[in-house]
Design a protein around this ligand. Structure first.
Ligand code: SF4
Length: 366
């Protein structure tokens, strides 16, 4: 088994991405088999614990308050609601629950305390718990770790260069800082991105350089295909070609051999044959459930039927890393510091984000 390389250059990754397809399939599938059981795929359930009303301007996201989309916003779910959904997910084969809140960053207070309680509750169900809550400080990451968090998701989305064309309300360095804060705990890192946002191949590769040169590399890398939602700045983007998805998954597998590569948003647009090729070249994780936060996803039964057809087995919880201990709130070693970190706010203008915002204003005024 070869060791993990951390000094990848853009040229090296570009060369892999651009290999003739048959060669790329062979190389990626071979590396995949060296490090993983090719017949096992991890199944996660994504729960939107707080939906919509987000102050950020991510050009792909229907949850941004400034765009005119028809998603239904929801306040933070209760711990009991989350527990009930986690139990349902477990019964249908999920080993991980990922809780997403449409926040710019975590703020100390009752809502974060409630999320910590959700983490404790799900960890006690012997499921891997992941959260995606926006930027976190080191102290907040430590409190999540102490509650029993298994993974923290914070996507880089794309290359540093193209990030400026997607989001103006925060900088790439904030993303890297949050990942660094999580790395100061035993919580594993989940970080990936989206293709199909109008970026170039160089941008896709640029994102992989940023992820693959982290040491350690993220334990989990989600690869999403944009789901172009009406009302968002990216509503007119064309669907991602399946061969682009396969190339991206295969390249991710080659440069991050031990990582779990997750097929995330956009699976409803992919044929079963297309997904099978993604599994063949290195994808070994999926999101289950008919919704991914707010966008459609294949039905669980459909996925289980696909698993049966392809001879795939759902991965059990905690096979890649041990189950974290849960410390009760009353015994916590950390207190809420009420920090107000200065996350950046570049505030530059992105034309299509501005156009979508204006459209929302004029439609709301009617
Ligand atoms: S991706 Fe996250 S941070 Fe960006 S607008 Fe959507 S919910 Fe907010």
């Amino acid at each position: 088994m070869r060791s993990t390389k951390h000094d990848w250059t853009k040229e090296e990754i570009l060369e892999i991405y651009n290999k003739p397809m048959m060669e790329l399939l062979y190389v990626a599938a071979s590396i995949h088999r060296e490090h993983h059981d090719p017949n096992t795929v991890q199944v996660s359930t994504l729960l939107s614990i707080k939906t919509g009303g987000c102050p950020e301007d991510c050009g792909y996201c229907p949850q941004a308050a400034r765009y005119h989309t028809d998603i239904e916003g929801n306040d933070l779910m209760s711990v009991q609601q989350v527990k009930a959904q986690a139990l349902r997910a477990k019964a249908s084969g999920s080993s991980r629950v990922c809780m997403g809140a449409a926040w710019r960053n975590v703020k100390d207070g009752p809502e974060f305390d409630q999320v910590l309680e959700m983490v404790r509750t799900i960890n006690k169900l012997d499921m891997e718990v992941c959260c995606t809550l926006g930027m976190v400080t080191e102290n907040q990451a430590k409190r999540l770790a102490e509650a029993g968090l298994y993974a923290y998701n914070h996507n880089l989305d794309t290359s540093e260069e193209y990030y400026k064309e997607v989001i103006s309300t925060r900088g790439y360095e904030d993303r890297l800082q949050t990942i660094e804060n999580v790395r100061k705990t035993n919580v594993t890192v989940c970080s990936g991105g989206i293709i199909g946002m109008g970026e170039s191949v160089e941008d896709r590769v640029g994102m992989l350089v940023a992820l693959a040169t982290l040491n350690p590399q993220p334990e989990s890398v989600p690869i999403n295909a944009l789901v172009a939602v009406e009302g968002t700045p990216m509503e007119d983007e064309k669907p991602v070609e399946i061969w682009d998805m396969i190339r991206m998954v295969a390249t991710t597998r080659v440069v991050m051999p031990k990582t779990q590569v997750r097929l995330s948003a956009g699976r409803t647009e992919m044929s079963r044959e297309g997904q099978a090729l993604c599994f063949f070249v290195g994808a070994n994780s999926i999101f289950a459930g008919d919704k991914l936060l707010t966008t459609p996803n294949p039905d669980v039964n459909e996925d289980m039927e696909m698993f049966k057809q392809l001879g795939l087995n759902p991965q059990k919880a905690f096979v890649k890393a041990p189950q974290p201990e849960t410390v009760e709130a009353s015994e916590s070693a950390y207190e809420a510091l009420g920090e107000k970190p200065k996350w950046t706010r570049p505030g530059h203008s992105i034309e299509r984000n501005e156009t979508a915002k204006q459209k929302h204003r004029s439609l709301s005024a009617k």
